[in-house]
Design a binder for this molecule. Structure first.
Ligand SMILES: [Zn+2]
Length: 284
């Protein structure tokens, strides 16, 4: 478990999955040969063969007044997932969350940066064959544009399954607030649009006592994209816009003390963006 402090706010990482290699389906340009040359990635973000390390994790943001789970991973018992090993997981996510001090009943806000399969899974859990909200006392914040986009997807069976078992049940339970991409959640926490990966994708900005952090969501999947902002995810909705977003955010944050916490970054997961030749790297 890792925890970071930003002023009066703590951010705690709850891991669901970690893996090394097998990431080409996410970043097709990231060949082993290309990644092996990028030495600053080792040892945290790649191994010596150029295999990328990644994780699927949730981040619990605790402010003086709120307990927020940012992105809810893949979830247990889910079926019909495009990635075979994401089907029917039986992981200890909820007990890990509780062991970190966050029993599910104590969460008052769930925030989805976007509505992809690995960001909405624990919105629900299976009880007696039905999908019920995992966090019954929470408001679930979802981007209005994002929600409408995925609700209206009729052709992709995988996306339909995700919406049906992980989004629709919380909406039908009346727990969803549809918000704009610049929504302010609390004094310390607000959304900021980082479009491209999905039509309504957001990152999460945390500011307290003069300190600042950014939880990325998936506008960047792996720190290697700091060296290669032009490397796009196979799952990007609009690749050109995704690249534009990365270049904008990197240029704005480079050299600043803002802590960048990567939604899929392997340990140590957070760092500061610094310039590195023509591009950037993550200083950890
Ligand atoms: Zn993701």
């Amino acid at each position: 478990m890792a925890t970071w402090r930003i002023g009066e706010v703590s951010i705690t990482r709850i891991i669901e999955l970690e893996f090394t290699g097998g990431t080409r389906f996410i970043l097709p340009d990231a060949t082993y040969d290309a990644c092996r040359e990028i030495r600053w990635l080792q040892p945290h973000f790649a191994d010596e063969n150029g295999k990328l390390r990644m994780s699927v994790q949730a981040l619990v943001v605790e402010t003086p007044s709120r307990r927020i789970v940012v992105d809810t991973c893949i979830g247990n018992d889910k079926e019909g997932r495009g990635v075979p090993r994401w089907n029917n997981l039986q992981g200890p996510f909820l007990s890990d969350l509780e062991a970190a001090g966050y029993p599910r009943d104590s969460i008052d806000t769930v925030l989805c940066t976007h509505l992809h399969v690995d960001h909405v899974g624990w919105n629900t859990m299976r009880v007696d064959g039905r999908w019920v909200p995992t966090f019954p006392k929470a408001r679930y914040l979802m981007g209005r544009v994002e929600f409408e986009h995925w609700r209206d997807q009729r052709h992709d069976e995988g996306h339909r399954a995700v919406f049906a078992d992980s989004v629709a049940p919380v909406f039908e339970a009346g727990l969803v607030d549809l918000v704009e991409t610049d929504h302010r959640v609390s004094d310390e926490v607000s959304l900021t649009p980082t479009l491209g990966h999905t039509p309504g994708h957001v990152s999460v900005k945390i500011t307290s006592r003069g300190e600042e952090a950014l939880i990325t969501g998936d506008f960047i999947h792996h720190p290697v994209q700091l060296t290669h902002p032009e490397w796009c995810s196979a799952a990007d909705y609009d690749k050109a816009e995704g690249e534009r977003t990365r270049r904008d955010v990197f240029a704005r944050l480079a050299g600043t003390p803002t802590l960048v916490i990567g939604t899929h970054f392997a340990m140590p997961t957070a760092g500061k963006i610094v310039r590195d030749g023509e591009a950037y790297r993550l200083a950890v």
